[in-house]
Design a protein around this ligand. Sequence first.
Ligand code: G3P
Ligand code: MG
Length: 237
Amino acid sequence: MKLFAHRGLCADAPENTMAAFRAAYQAGFTWIETDVDITADGSLPLCHDATLERTTTGHGRVDALRAADLDTLDAGSWFSPGFAGEKIPTLAQLVDFALEAGISINIEMKPCAQGGQQARALVRAVAEQARRLGPERALVSSFSHLQLAEFARYAPEIPRGALVDRASFGPDWRTVLDLTDSRYLHVSDDAVTAAVVAEARAVGRDVHVYTVNSPERARQLERWGVAGVFTDGFVRP
Ligand code: G3P
Ligand code: MG
């Protein structure tokens, strides 16, 4: 079963920083998951939240700021003083690292609150970076199925995963996979069932489950036929 280091090895290092990605690689993970947003001037910072407060010394919305505004922020001290000085990396930096280390990335495109042009700019810029990795090393996902459908039109060769959580999980998941031409269903651990896994596999799809931090639960999901799980680091390769 594939193991994705969720936001890097975020149990051991501040999420979505190079320290967390390096820690994942050193722990033997061959897949890393990361969240990507877009700034007002088109840079691709790796940041889970739409706003900066929780994980950095900055304030406000990521998509309203410019790349230079983010460069000055500390993305490590909130986690522990030992990580002071960690920066918010860009997707290009992580892709450089993955190519050098020989690992793969699940790039999760964050839904763009501004929609429209900014959402499309994010899709195009992510496609450019995913192409550097190639279809074997890149997997692109999103809770925004519109963005994912746009990505499918723009970079059909890069595999996709349609994200759903408990709130958004309903009978139309099959249609979502069809319309976004996604090989993978990325479903939350509180919504997945053995029946869904069996049904997805019966139509040639695979299921990845987030976020799984119990090795026992990971083994159970593997028995159900789940192809991969996202873990903060409590399930180890
Ligand atoms: O991509 C799997 C998982 O990361 C989705 O949820 O909120 O942690 O980005 P979230
Ligand atoms: Mg994510």
